[in-house]
Design a protein around this ligand. Structure first.
Ligand SMILES: NC(=O)c1ccc[n+]([C@@H]2O[C@H](COP(=O)([O-])OP(=O)(O)OC[C@H]3O[C@@H](n4cnc5c(N)ncnc54)[C@H](O)[C@@H]3O)[C@@H](O)[C@H]2O)c1
Length: 315
């Protein structure tokens, strides 16, 4: 098979490309290198098209000879979307629409990366895929990330229903591990870098908010299984770990494993001085659907995931 991976030079993308190449598939990557890096693909025999998913000509060029598309390119994470508000929405909405339309014209199967952010302020954890999206006010720009990804989901499912485009929508819950950059606010690489420098691990708010972290190798395994799963077509599927940890405890565990660092609590208003921010307390996936469809099981616990992230931060 020949796959197009948009955003293939990024964190999850580069691990996926590596796995596809390892199983003998051909890969083209379309990436604008805004948060991804060529170095992530340095040793891999892939065709790289440098360009934006918002550019139909670049998408057309990237699709030559391709059998299936994994759409990962996006302005990722709440901090990035708070800093580049218009570009973030444009990338995630117009970029996805451009990719979907090109896939529909060629009837190419499509995998869409969505996010656990789409559950928003819903408190009924663990989240099943049919749970409500509970978003905040448009005056709080952080919700635009979830909203843009929800629109992607609606559009992908609309293409499935109206044009019979084979689509699978996956919602990632805090995927982490080697190659994830600390630059865009992702918490575990940020904590690892701070601890290794014997510095302050900045915990926003009370630290009692919790998350579930999934090792990227387990996320890639889930993607590969879903790509080969006809029963997943037209479905939305969570990909995550059910092992929950508060952010304060995560900081403590990083400090214990690194043997250095200290917790420094700061108010949200100091972390996001431009305002427009609110956090959700808990975000736990129900991964029953993924397991039933594909037989997937997580293979790395939180401790192993932190150890790998620390190893990467130290290298
Ligand atoms: N890492 C997570 O925990 C997580 C959680 C939920 C959802 N996701 C989703 O998974 C996908 C991959 O995320 P990631 O964590 O690997 O982030 P990442 O930032 O490492 O990867 C995104 C990639 O897309 C590229 N890109 C951005 N804008 C582009 C554009 N306009 N045209 C072409 N390429 C562009 C970037 O250069 C980068 O290589 C994203 O769609 C993201 O929303 C990730």
């Amino acid at each position: 098979m020949h796959y197009l991976v948009t955003g293939g030079a990024g964190f999850i993308g580069s691990h996926l490309v590596e796995a596809l190449v390892a199983r003998g598939d051909a890969v083209t990557v379309l990436d604008d290198f805004s948060t991804g890096a060529k170095a992530n693909l340095a040793t891999l025999p892939v065709r790289i098209v440098r360009g934006s998913v918002t550019d139909a000509a670049a998408v057309d060029e990237a699709l030559v000879g391709v059998d299936q598309v994994v759409h990962l390119a996006a302005a990722v994470g709440v901090r990035k979307i708070m800093e580049e508000r218009v570009t973030g929405i444009r990338t995630n909405v117009q970029g996805s629409e451009t990719v979907f339309a090109a896939c529909a014209a060629r009837r190419l199967p499509l995998f869409l990366a969505s996010t656990s952010e789409t559950y928003g302020k819903n408190t009924a954890v663990p989240f099943r895929e049919d749970a409500d999206a509970v978003l905040g006010s448009t005056s709080l720009h952080r919700w635009s990330y979830a909203c843009s990804k929800l629109l992607d989901e609606f559009l992908a499912l609309a293409y499935f229903h109206e044009h019979r485009l084979p689509v699978v929508v996956a919602r990632f819950f805090n995927v982490t591990g080697p190659r994830q950059s600390p630059e865009y606010g992702m918490v575990l690489p940020r904590f690892c870098r701070a601890a290794l420098a014997d510095g302050a691990l900045e915990v926003h708010g009370s630290g009692r908010q919790s998350r579930c972290f999934l090792h990227v190798a387990d996320a890639v395994d889930a993607i590969l299984r879903l790509l080969d799963c006809p029963a997943a077509i037209g479905e939305v599927v969570n990909i995550g770990s059910e092992e929950e940890v508060t952010i304060h405890d995560l900081a403590q565990r990083v400090i214990a494993l690194a043997g250095r660092g200290r917790v420094h609590q700061i108010p949200y208003a100091a972390a996001f001085p431009d305002g427009g921010f609110e956090d959700m307390q808990r975000r736990v996936p129900d991964t029953g659907k993924l397991s039933r469809l594909t037989g997937w099981r997580k293979t790395r616990d939180l401790e192993a995931t932190i150890v790998d992230a620390l190893g990467w931060a130290a290298h």
